[in-house]
Design a protein around this ligand. Structure first.
Ligand code: NOJ
Length: 765
């Protein structure tokens, strides 16, 4: 009785607190609205249009002119200027403007700001939300300390076609994993509030479906059914928005024929009405102008009109709003209310970033400016090393080739073995190559004088002159890749010699970072030929061969798999990548990463992702292939499946048990397995839960990830891992876009990757 009363009291207290919270939030919202409305009421039309202009600050922009424009109220924010001494004069100019509306300063702080963490795929490979939160928080702290208010991240575009270069930036192919990471990134960028001095506002991108560009060719069109959108591609954006993302960057692609930038359905009906989003929307670079080339706008005037009507608040680096909105407002084609709504959202974002309270909240005082923004002491190296190690995926390890001993002679070869720029990956914000620990440096430090390290480049990234020129065009500051002019055979001979004198060969091969970048789509997923020649020659030496892969997309490495004794996927692992890789190669850290994206055997299998739809004639391994869905000239299925990754220890998984064979709507059941570390080392693994709807009103995927737990088990330790499954986990959008779970049978699978699983089933009543 007493217990019940106490419980009652607690419940009522909790609900009062919740009510107080909601009403505090409501009051804050009221205050914000009143503030923004009042300010809006004082603004001239030109000042309003000025707020919609977001410009890129480049070396070519005369600073004096920019300051004049700001002081005249004709610019709302910038991106690419990124230190307090650069941004303060611009904010000073804003403070000289008639209404003193502060500027905001944005930047692509995607996987770190100065300290560079692994690229999106690397972060996702950790399946470790604490590690990912560390990336977001550290990035925000560094960016805010440098005067930045906003980041164009997280990028949550689902990527199922690895030909797309921007696959590297996202978190892989899976909706659940990407949504979870997107949420964590938003929360860790923004902290408890985007107004905090050490927080930055998250702008989730690219809304929407950018990862599904046809053929994986960047900027191409997207054509997709509504159920596929709603079930697979849209949830990550929604998750980031529900986590409080202050803004949305709109994608460059069209969706079913209508560019996202002029897509009223996307930005009004879905984003604002259905999802209740009320933050700021920002076009991608030059996207309003591009409406003309998309063929939906006759000229700049029509492009501006379409964009603002569709709900694009800020135009990124194009001049059309400034040039065309006055005329469009005059003629009545764009209403005052439409303009005001866009301005309201921009002012609202500035309010949320705390800029009206203190325009210098992140810029700080001049006397506190840092003498050297690029000082090594400003980096968060421990955090970077910790996250980088967690994102490395051990793909092969025959005869326990790894871990290596810190003794004897190690031959280190390959064009990426000593490549500081590539270590950082694309979108490396303000990371400096001089801060990168390369694999060569990491190995050197790890072995000290215990072993000998012999290095030879072995090959260039590519022997293709056109590709070389393309890649070097991407970097304006420095040569992106350096070509060793010696003939390929000379480079290989040198490496072979190093290998012959060594006990083991470590070859760092793959892609330069520019090969997995915006606009860098590929027609093949192979490692370039000159590097393959190197691998072949190394194999011929008969020495144990360890491949360390650096790349920003799944590669088709079936041939390499046959040559190598061990393969470690390292993506582009950031500032501390070399140390992290050495930690794993020498066993100072036991790898625990799992692939967030499927590795196909060949480019011809694309699209290949684990949660594909069921079909009438599936290929069944072990049965004759005729008249089943397959490619007949090579083995079917992936080279490495989603969720796959080895460890230096072994794990066993017991048969799966369910707490009930039936589930009532509104109830939940438990799925449990015992996982045991059967090896001799402590290690972490990711226990994954998949669900399949056996028969529904429409075909459903063969399986879908619904939960996972990353656990650490000591050698010999066994632990029961339990997942709760509720009706929510079984819901999907049907062909009428009704979101519901349908009664009937469900299969539950639990395993350490998406293919090797234990299965049970239950009935949803
Ligand atoms: C274009 C890219 O598509 C986008 O992701 C990025 O945020 C902007 N440029 C700004 O750099």
């Amino acid at each position: 009785m007493k217990k019940l009363c106490l419980l009652g009291l607690l419940v009522s207290l909790a609900s009062q607190v919740a009510l107080a919270d909601t009403s505090a939030a409501a009051v804050q919202l009221q205050e914000k609205k009143a503030f923004v409305d009042k300010l809006l009421g004082q603004m001239t039309q030109d000042e309003k249009i000025g707020q919609l202009r977001l410009i890129s600050i480049g070396p070519e922009m005369p600073r004096e002119k920019i300051r004049e424009e700001i002081a005249a109220g004709r610019i709302g924010g910038t991106f690419n200027s990124r230190t307090a001494p650069e941004n303060r004069p611009m904010q000073d100019a804003a403070m000289r403007s008639r209404l003193k509306i502060p500027m905001f300063f944005a930047y692509d702080t995607i996987h770190g700001n100065r300290t560079i963490f692994p690229i999106g795929l690397g972060m996702a490979s950790s399946w470790d939300m604490q590690a990912i939160a560390k990336v977001g928080r550290t990035s925000a702290i560094e960016a805010a300390a440098d005067s930045l208010d906003m980041t164009f991240a997280p990028m949550v575009d689902i990527a199922r076609d690895p030909r797309w270069g921007r696959t590297s930036e996202g978190f892989g192919e899976d909706t659940y994993l990407t949504s979870k990471i997107g949420k964590v990134m938003v929360r860790s960028f923004q902290g408890s509030s985007p107004a905090n001095p050490d927080s930055i506002m998250a702008i989730v991108k690219h809304f929407a479906l950018y990862g599904a560009v046809e053929g994986g060719r960047d900027y191409n069109t997207v054509d997709m059914s509504l159920p596929k959108m709603y079930n697979d591609y849209l949830p990550p954006y929604r998750a980031a928005i529900d986590a409080g993302a202050g803004g949305v960057m709109v994608a460059l692609n069209s969706i079913n024929g209508v560019p996202a930038t002029s897509n009223t359905w996307l930005m009004n009906d879905l984003l604002r009405k259905e999802w209740g989003f009320n933050g700021v929307t920002i076009s991608d670079h030059g996207a309003i102008q591009e409406l003309i080339r998309h063929g939906v706008a006759r000229d700049g005037r029509e492009a501006a009109k379409l964009a603002i009507k569709a709900g694009i608040d800020m135009s990124m680096n194009d001049t059309l709003y400034g040039e065309e909105l006055p005329g469009l407002l005059k003629s009545g084609e764009v209403s005052q209310a439409e303009l005001d709504q866009a301005v309201r959202e921009v002012l609202g974002a500035k309010y949320d970033m705390g800029l009206f309270k203190d325009p210098y909240v992140r810029i700080g005082k001049a006397e506190n400016d840092v003498p050297d923004y690029y000082a090594d002491s400003r980096l968060h190296r421990d955090a970077a090393r910790d996250v980088a190690r967690r994102g490395l995926v051990l793909l092969e390890n025959r005869e326990q080739t790894l871990p290596l001993k810190k003794s004897g002679t190690i031959a280190l070869v390959g064009p990426l073995a000593d490549a500081p720029i590539d270590m950082m990956g694309s979108w490396a914000a303000d990371g400096k190559p001089v801060h990168s620990v390369t694999v060569r440096e990491g190995l050197r430090r790890a072995i000290g004088d215990k072993a000998q390290l012999v290095y030879a480049k072995g090959s260039n990234i590519t022997g293709d002159k056109a590709m070389f020129d393309y890649l070097n065009f991407l970097n304006f500051d420095a040569p992106e890749i350096v070509n060793d002019p010696r003939p390929a055979s000379v480079l290989i001979d040198e490496a072979v010699k190093a290998a012959q004198g060594a006990d083991v060969v470590v070859a760092v091969v793959g892609e330069s970072r520019g090969m997995s970048h915006e606009s860098s789509s590929r027609t093949t997923l192979e490692i370039p030929a000159v590097q393959r020649d190197l691998i072949k020659a190394l194999k011929a030496t008969g020495k144990p061969l360890v491949l360390v892969l650096m790349n920003g997309r799944p590669l088709s490495i079936g041939w390499e798999r046959e040559q190598a004794d061990a393969i470690l996927e390292t993506w582009f692992s950031g500032t501390e990548g070399g140390n992290a890789i050495a930690d794993v190669l020498f066993g100072d850290y036991n790898p625990s990463g799992k692939l967030p994206i499927t590795f196909p055997r060949s480019v011809g299998q694309i699209p290949m992702y684990y949660n594909h739809m069921r079909i009438g004639r599936p290929f069944t391994p072990g049965k004759p292939g005729n008249y089943t869905s397959q490619y007949f000239e090579e083995p079917n299925g992936p080279l490495y499946p989603f969720g796959y990754g080895l460890s230096y220890t072994d794990f066993s998984v017991s048969p799966l048990t369910l707490s009930s064979k039936t589930l009532k709507k509104g109830d939940s059941l438990q799925a449990s397995v015992k996982v045991k570390n059967t090896g001799k080392r402590d290690g972490e693994t990711v226990v994954q839960l998949y669900v399949q709807d056996v028969a529904a009103s429409m075909s459903r995927p063969v399986k879908e990830l619904k939960n996972f737990q990353k656990i650490l088990l000591k050698a010999g330790e066994e632990r029961t891992v339990t997942f709760r499954i509720s009706e929510d986990d079984l819901k999907f959008y049907n062909s009428q876009l009704k979101y519901a779970a349908e009664a009937g049978e469900f299969n539950v699978q639990v395993g350490l990757d998406s293919e090797s699983v234990q299965q049970q089933s239950f009935e949803l009543l």
